[in-house]
Design a protein around this ligand. Structure first.
Ligand code: 0O2
Length: 252
């Protein structure tokens, strides 16, 4: 390799790193948003709709393979235009209703743009795959410019995730040529996972109703608040003040 080629290679390495960093920053920004939603939801509803999140950047090799499939030219502009899942975030929830709650919460954020929604829960793929896919445009503020970066968000329940990861493994093990007996069993397993999700959702609703009933009877511990996993007792002076106000109200 001559000096010019080494120089060109260095420049390319620098450019591709900068390009990929943009997607990493978009994922960081989105993960922070999810973290805030999670904590706020826990505080308001005493319940966490998000089990866990996992992010990934597509490897340069997979990006190139996909670009060739899509027939785009080899420029950063073309990659950004054609490959919309360079940055991917997977959110796993306990219940189906949580998925639509998260979609609404993200859709309501003014700096995010929802480009596309693919609902494979209402319309599962023929193989049984279920998940909700969102394409979001996330603003990334850098030292010299602002970029709008596309992130693919997959939102699914634990049962859907269990199924998808097994199906993915089987698909790769058989080099995409899965025996029909296994395909049939996978479809049955997807149906069982969907039935389990429905049953868990029903149970969850019943438990929530019981919790509300209990709260209505004042059985919850109302003398403390929990923030950042820390418990704080309400100041006694405040409790006394509330007590006095209540006594005053009663004697009116
Ligand atoms: P990876 O490694 O997960 O990123 P497109 O992305 O537009 O070319 P498509 O099929 O229109 O292709 O996109 P779609 O339907 O939104 O699905 C994209 C991603 O969803 C896939 O990414 C998988 O992660 C997941 N997915 C979709 N269908 C299935 C399925 O039948 N089984 C499983 N296990 N996952 C699925 P990639 O790029 O395939 O891979």
């Amino acid at each position: 390799m001559n000096a010019l080629q080494v120089q060109q290679l260095k420049q390319f390495k620098h450019d591709i790193t900068r390009f990929m960093m943009m997607y990493k920053f978009a994922l960081d920004a989105l993960e922070t948003k999810i973290e805030i939603l999670k904590e706020e939801f826990q505080l308001l509803h005493d319940y966490n709709p998000i089990e866990h999140t996992k992010s990934r950047l597509k490897s340069p090799e997979s990006i190139m393979k996909k670009l060739m499939r899509k027939g785009g030219d080899f420029s950063f502009h073309s990659i950004k235009y054609h490959i919309q899942d360079i940055a991917g975030l997977r959110i796993t929830c306990s219940f189906r209703s949580d998925i639509y709650r998260i979609v609404d919460m993200l859709g309501n954020q003014r700096d995010l743009t929802v480009i596309q929604v693919k609902d494979y829960i209402k319309h599962p793929k023929p193989n049984g795959y279920q998940s909700l896919h969102l394409l979001l445009e996330v603003p990334v503020f850098m030292s010299d410019r602002e970029e709008r970066v596309c992130v693919e968000v997959q939102i699914r329940t634990i049962a859907m995730d269990f199924w998808a990861s097994l199906e993915h493994k089987i698909f790769y093990k058989y080099n995409e040529d899965v025996p029909s007996r296994l395909l049939l069993e996978l479809k049955e397993a997807a149906d069982s996972a969907a039935a389990l999700d429905r049953q868990m959702e029903r149970l969850h609703r019943e438990i929530e109703e019981l919790k509300e009933e209990r709260a209505g009877h004042g059985e919850d511990d109302v003398q403390q608040i929990v923030i950042n996993n820390q418990q704080f007792a309400l100041p006694s002076v405040l409790l006394e003040l509330i007590g006095e106000t209540a006594a005053g109200e009663r004697s009116k």
